[in-house]
Design a protein around this ligand. Structure first.
Ligand SMILES: Nc1ncnc2c1ncn2[C@@H]1O[C@H](COP(=O)(O)OP(=O)(O)OP(=O)(O)O)[C@@H](O)[C@H]1O
Ligand SMILES: Cc1ncsc1CCO
Ligand SMILES: [Mg+2]
Length: 277
């Protein structure tokens, strides 16, 4: 691992190119609300999506994958079984595993599912909104359905605490994103308020983090550059023709597809990332 992660346009371009060259197979177990968007986001970063989520086949596919995403938005018994089985199979072969703990803390069922997943599966990345991350860190949090509500002034500390207890890189998404490894924490300022007006943009960040984890060697660089690239794509999407949130969501997909290494090279995103600890 390099001492400090570069946040230049050139460094971001190298990461984007590495994902495209590796073209990792990214298996995603996710909710029905966002499945199609996640598959397209994955393809647009240059990775290959496969949404294999049946309990019998999911662990078989995980053994073939370059990375897997476990999004807990769908709480059916068979999906929960598949999440466990795929996560364990991936751990057995050192395939990176990303957890998106959708709605963590809201119901007894979700509390139990997240507790058992964290006990039984080792995660490389955990990405959730401020409320979900704060809840998983063992602190008081207010999650309404799948939305983070309330104030989270201590989210940097919560993300770091969760990174320390789980060994995962933790990404807490919100107005600014926090990317926490065990020994350092960054804040990423990229994105646009429109990202909060479309359902599933946090889930799409999860797909992005899985694609970058499958393509890059270093997990913290993958999380930091994936979060930065996604936020910048979300900003650029506001330059495209806008007719309301639905057109923004299409523009977001187009913006990700157009975010090539050549585009990244021309940017100077150094002031978007601040190391805070
Ligand atoms: N006000 C904002 N300004 C800039 N970026 C934002 C804002 N709100 C959210 N984002 C960005 O939107 C993305 C999704 O974050 P959010 O915290 O809303 O996820 P979420 O609640 O898990 O979403 P979902 O459950 O709908 O998938 C992140 O990339 C985050 O940086
Ligand atoms: C709205 C919703 N409900 C379960 S999953 C999901 C997608 C956003 O997280
Ligand atoms: Mg989410």
């Amino acid at each position: 691992m390099t001492d400090e992660i570069e946040a230049t346009g050139e460094a971001l371009a190298r990461s984007l190119a590495e994902v495209r060259e590796a073209e990792p197979l990214v298996q995603q177990l996710t909710n029905e609300v966002t499945k199609n968007d996640l598959a397209n986001v994955t393809l647009s970063w240059g990775a290959l999506p496969v949404m294999a989520d049946a309990p019998g086949e999911a662990p078989e596919m995980a053994e073939l994958a370059g990375a897997i995403l476990l999004n807990t938005g769908r709480m059916t018994e068979s999906n929960v079984d598949a999440l466990h089985a795929a996560g364990k199979a991936a751990n057995g072969l050192d395939v990176p595993v990303v957890l998106d703990p959708v709605g963590a803390g809201t119901t007894p069922t979700r509390k139990e599912v997240h507790t058992s997943l964290l006990e039984e599966v080792e995660f490389d990345v955990i990405n959730g909104n401020y409320g979900e991350i704060t809840h998983l860190a063992g602190e008081e949090a207010d999650v309404k359905g799948v939305e983070s509500v309330g104030e989270y002034e201590e989210v940097t500390g919560s993300a770091r605490a969760l990174a320390e207890t789980t060994g995962a890189v933790v990404v807490a998404s919100g107005v600014e994103d926090v990317v926490a490894g065990s020994d350092r924490v960054y804040r990423v300022r990229a994105g646009d308020e429109m990202l909060s007006k479309v359902v599933g943009t946090g889930c799409m960040l999860g797909a992005t983090l899985a694609a970058f984890s499958g393509g890059l060697e270093d997990g913290l660089s993958a999380a930091l550059h994936g979060t930065l690239a996604y936020g910048l794509a979300g900003e650029h999407a506001t330059d495209l023709e806008y007719n309301g949130p639905a057109s923004y969501s299409v523009n977001l997909l187009d913006s990700i597809a157009g975010f090539t290494p050549g585009v990244a090279e021309e940017l100077d995103p150094t002031d978007r990332i601040e190391r805070v600890t």
